[in-house]
Design a binder for this molecule. Sequence first.
Ligand SMILES: O=P(O)(O)O[C@H]1O[C@H](CO)[C@@H](O)[C@H]1O
Ligand SMILES: Nc1nc2[nH]cnc2c(=O)[nH]1
Length: 293
Amino acid sequence: MYPEANKSYTYEDCKATADWLLAQTDVRPTVGVVCGSGLGGLADMLKDQVAFNYKDIPDFPQSTVHGHAGRLVFGTMKGRPCVCMQGRFHLYEGYPIQKITLPIRIFKLLGVETVILTNAAGGLNQDFKVGDVMIIKDHLNMPGFAGNNPLSGPNDERFGVRFPCMSDAYDRELQQLAWDVGHELGYGEFLKEGVYCVVGGPSFETIAETRMLHKLGADAVGMSTAHEVIVARHCGMRVFALSLITNQAVMDYDSQEKANHEEVLETGKQRGKQLERLVSTMVTRIEHNNNLV
Ligand SMILES: O=P(O)(O)O[C@H]1O[C@H](CO)[C@@H](O)[C@H]1O
Ligand SMILES: Nc1nc2[nH]cnc2c(=O)[nH]1
């Protein structure tokens, strides 16, 4: 077990960190964004930035993965107050699952109402191409099936109920908004929707595994996001998430393709600007009271 595996982060711990942050910025974010691998450019779009390195924030984990800068950035996106994680945490970094998702509870205590998550993922759906953007409509939580769920352990009702519903995890209005905005921006050709499957990583999938996940109903596979979604929904925030298909998951024994993190980051660079435009335009249409403009 990892040294911190049994440490739980209480409501008071999360509140202390949120209060520490609020004392140092006037921004009162209603939208929280989590940037996936190589997609941290979204945070750079914020105006009037107040940024913190993760290492300076009490109780915050540190980013250890290339493509995850490790900064929490407050600011405004086209006038809307936002907070943006430029870098997220993954199970394979060795953090307990409650620590990976700690920032999401801090978002809640900062006043965030809507969480937007992005990630890099391997495409399983044979109709997907590298560079496609998949609006996530649902997820398969493989670590969760093995008992590794961020809500395991004592439940604090101040965050949410013991048994939260997940059949409405991905907000349908926000999915529709993404379609509408995507088509307005001329992104229809590479906009898709589908089911994201989270695995533990860090090894990429074997061919037998990609075939199995595809058969189970997954359209894309990655190593993040679902844990954050569960915690965000538990404490009542609205969730929108998308995957950039950075590589085709290898499903054929004749293929010469090999999944690698460099390709993941490279695809992020190529599609990054469009993804930033999609998300920032969506943000302008989300009202503070969680309605759409
Ligand atoms: O999910 P994000 O953080 O975008 O990162 C994805 O990219 C990395 C693999 O290249 C893994 O960490 C996978 O989860
Ligand atoms: N598990 C997994 N994560 C990814 N992140 C980006 N691409 C992939 C992939 O092919 N598999």
